[in-house]
Design a protein around this ligand. Structure first.
Ligand code: PEP
Ligand code: CO
Length: 446
């Protein structure tokens, strides 16, 4: 497989690309990126593909999570550590409940570009170009900041590299030690009234760990974890510049992340995103919204994974709590009947967004949980495997989604609303979600 030229992709008129006013500056940013070393190795992408193949066989569960939109200013040690910590805590709970490995994939170290439903944003009578993520323009609502700046593509690389460096240090350097992560979970259970509801599961995990130590399980096995990165592969200039021929296999990989996905708004079968993605060898995902027909899904699978390679393709469904039970069954049923190999992952966030009366974009915790429950119900009735969840979250105590055990109200949203794009589950809501999904996983095997 070769890499299609960037010109060929541009000629396909890709959706959701920035309207740069200086094409020469874009070309020079792309040229600079082409000289930069890979952020991930092709062999690591293959490892993740093998793990996702286990997900599609029902032998593993996938946890994908992180910000809707990372920001350059958010590349701090605290921020990265808190996000990683909550993901690791969730993974331990899910691993115990699922009794299968949990494949951990952070929406991190590259999630800087956003598709938008409108090209413009109006505030107090003033209309400016929409914010498209730090990869494109500034969040600040001024004409100057909203101009797309190609230099930001190079900044994405550096911010991703700095983040990934810290993530790699954390996951291999002892921070992710299973006993340590379990201690954070028991702290959550002990210290908060919400956590107390999950005391039983935490106590069972404690006993399991003690048992493993008693029988002499290798402590090194507890000490490090596998962790991979993902983001939406939205900006073709960036993703193309980061696509390289792997020296081992002579095939193309997008070395900006282990896993990249095509969003709901850019998954046109004859579009530029599908064209680039069908050439790369990474494990990839496609977001599927409620308008997806079974034929759309099968056609995407045939185009993106013609050899039906296990682990290559993940469908991330985001139907919304109100639509999943009616809409998802026919898609899963027909895709399965067609023999297509795919891992099914539930994004319970993007179909459940609404605007609160205060103007903040938010989501109800109960809707998020209900969509995951609907996802489990649908897969249970079809005899297929609910392969994982894909959530927008942060390790901080933000107030962006309403509900949950802390019962955040719409009037609380302004207290600490920090997302520059979609509302994220905060630390406590994320842990609650993990314990609730754990209950769903256990109910499944009862
Ligand atoms: C996202 O994941 O932030 C996103 C924009 O999702 P979708 O493509 O499903 O709308
Ligand atoms: Co989002």
């Amino acid at each position: 497989m070769t890499i299609p030229d960037l010109e060929t992709l541009r000629a396909l008129g890709p959706a959701q690309q920035p309207a740069y006013d200086d094409p020469a500056a874009v070309d020079s940013a792309v040229a600079r990126l082409r000289t930069m070393p890979p952020l991930v190795f092709a062999g690591e992408c293959d490892d993740l593909k093998d793990k996702i193949a286990a997900v599609s066989r029902g032998e593993a569960f996938m946890l994908m999570g992180g910000d809707c939109a990372e920001t350059f200013a958010g590349v701090t040690a605290d921020n990265v550590r808190n996000k990683l910590r909550v993901l690791l805590q969730m993974a331990v709970v899910l691993t115990y409940a699922a009794s299968v490995p949990v494949v951990k994939v952070g929406r991190i170290a590259g999630q800087y570009a956003k598709p938008r439903s409108s090209d413009f944003e109006t505030r107090a009578g003033e209309t400016l170009p929409a914010y498209r993520g730090d990869a494109v323009n500034g969040f600040e609502f001024t004409a100057e900041s909203r101009v797309p700046d190609p230099q930001r593509l190079v900044d994405v690389y550096h911010s991703s590299a700095a983040t990934l460096n810290l993530v790699r240090a954390f996951v291999t350097g002892g921070y992710a030690d299973l006993r340590q992560v379990h201690t954070w979970n028991t702290d959550f259970v002990r210290e908060s009234p919400i956590g107390q509801r999950y005391e039983l599961v935490a106590a069972e995990i404690e006993r399991a760990l003690t048992f493993m130590q008693a029988i002499g399980a290798d402590p090194d096995e507890f000490h490090r974890v596998d962790f991979h990165t993902c983001h939406e592969g939205l900006l073709l200039d960036y993703e193309h510049a980061m696509t390289r021929i792997d020296s081992r296999t002579q095939t193309p990989y997008d070395v900006s992340a282990h896993f990249v996905w095509i969003g709901e708004r850019t998954r046109q079968l004859d579009g530029a995103h599908v064209e680039l993605f069908r050439h790369i060898r990474n494990p990839i995902g496609v977001k599927l919204g409620p308008s997806t027909s079974p034929d759309d899904a099968i056609a995407l699978a045939e185009r993106l994974n013609p050899d039906n390679e296990p682990g290559r393709l993940t469908f991330i469904t985001r139907f919304g709590a109100g639509k999943i039970r009616d809409g998802l069954p026919v898609v899963v049923e027909k895709v399965t009947a067609s023999g297509v190999e795919v891992a099914w992952v539930c994004d319970p966030m993007h179909g459940n967004t609404f605007e609160a009366s205060s103007g903040y974009k938010t989501r109800r915790f109960d809707d998020v949980i209900d969509e995951v429950q609907g996802f489990f119900d649908v897969h249970r009735s079809l005899g297929t495997w609910p392969g994982g969840v894909h959530v927008e979250l942060t390790g901080d105590d933000v107030t962006e989604c309403v509900g949950g055990g802390e019962d955040l109200l719409e009037m609380d949203l302004g207290n600490r609303y920090e997302s520059v794009c979609d509302p994220r589950l905060n630390r406590v809501q994320s842990l609650e979600l993990a314990f609730l999904v754990a209950e769903m996983l256990r109910a499944r095997s009862d």
